[in-house]
Write a protein that binds this ligand. Structure first.
Ligand SMILES: C[S@@+](CC[C@H](N)C(=O)[O-])C[C@H]1O[C@@H](n2cnc3c(N)ncnc32)[C@H](O)[C@@H]1O
Length: 297
């Protein structure tokens, strides 16, 4: 299976789908969420995005579905192009699919020794190998610290830079050899997971794309329309939480003339919805998922 959709029913309920409406699924993947949206949208439209060309092969044969091969940071332009503005609901199930993790060629997993790639978009200019071999020690340290909260960021960045003097670090296995030199004993794989998360976020500019998309979501949603986001780590979740609370990713509460908060969203759930024990036992990859839902005011 390409990908088992996370929090499927909670997500679809969160979208509050109206027959005839226009819904954007920004992270199509295997199309699991889109399929259920299509079953409820009547003669409406689903406009879906994925930046990975492999996801396009999963296109459901349905004339109500438009699948765009693009980063969702260009959401507004594409909605304008397809005359799909404003929309009734937006869903984003962030991160990578099981297919991407399990495909050795992509370099997302250190279970395989493969080229250090980590691009979600195979046409992107930057790979993880470029960062590891060409960036300054300081930049690597910052990426490891900020995007992966790697406790050994200082030593690991130094070790990477001294290793690459002799020969470049081109594969996931070579990088793991360096990680093993600085990681505390028995924590090599935990540290490795954080390092790979940090590189993935940097290679794909994941937080930049999310910020651009959230800012545009505010503009393209109809009043009463729902924004539904599943995030998988605290850096993403912070931006999502901010947009729902304040209408901006910085989390700055704007007040009107009378000092009342000028809200952009009604939060449908104050606390994030998380997967049940049963869902986690069936699909351990969803364990860190957090679902937040807001209604555009
Ligand atoms: C967790 S999977 C989504 C799975 C999907 N909901 C399903 O049911 O199969 C995330 C997908 O979103 C895509 N993706 C992640 N960030 C993206 C972005 N900024 N723009 C476009 N696609 C993105 C990935 O390529 C991946 O296929």
């Amino acid at each position: 299976m390409y990908h088992q959709p996370a929090l499927l029913y909670q997500t679809i309920e969160g979208l509050n789908i109206k027959p005839g409406g226009i819904y954007a699924d920004l992270t199509y993947g295997g199309g699991g969420h889109s399929r259920l949206i299509l079953s409820k949208v009547g003669d409406g439209t689903v406009i879906a995005f994925d930046q990975d060309k492999d996801a396009l092969a999963n296109k459901i044969d349905d004339e109500r579905l438009i699948l765009v091969h693009s980063n969702f940071r260009f959401l507004k332009n594409f909605l304008k192009f397809y005359k799909a503005l404003p929309v009734d609901g937006i869903l984003a199930d962030l991160g990578i699919s099981s297919y991407q993790i399990d495909d050795p060629e992509r370099g997302f997993s250190f279970r395989f020794d493969t080229p250090l790639d980590l691009r979600m978009n195979q046409m992107g200019d930057l790979t993880a190998a470029d960062i590891i071999n060409d960036y300054s020690e300081e930049s690597i340290r910052t990426i490891l610290k900020e995007f992966g909260e790697v406790a050994e960021a200082v030593w690991l960045a130094r070790e990477i830079c001294s290793t690459r003097i002799n020969s470049s670090i081109k594969t996931t296995g070579q990088l793991m050899e360096v990680v093993k030199k600085v990681a505390p004993r028995n924590r090599e794989y935990k540290t490795g997971a954080k390092v790979f998360q940090a590189l993935r976020i940097a290679v794909n500019d994941e937080l930049g794309a999310l910020a651009d998309m959230l800012n545009q979501a505010v503009e393209v949603l109809k009043p009463g329309g729902r924004l539904v986001i599943i995030s998988y780590h605290s850096l993403e979740d912070r931006l999502v939480k901010n947009i729902f609370k304040t209408g901006n990713i910085e989390g700055e509460l704007i007040k009107d003339f009378y000092g009342n908060p000028d809200l952009t969203f009604k939060q449908i759930n104050r606390k994030p919805i998380t997967p049940s024990k049963e869902e986690i036992s069936e699909n351990n990859r969803v364990r860190s998922a957090k679902l937040r839902i807001g209604e555009r005011l």
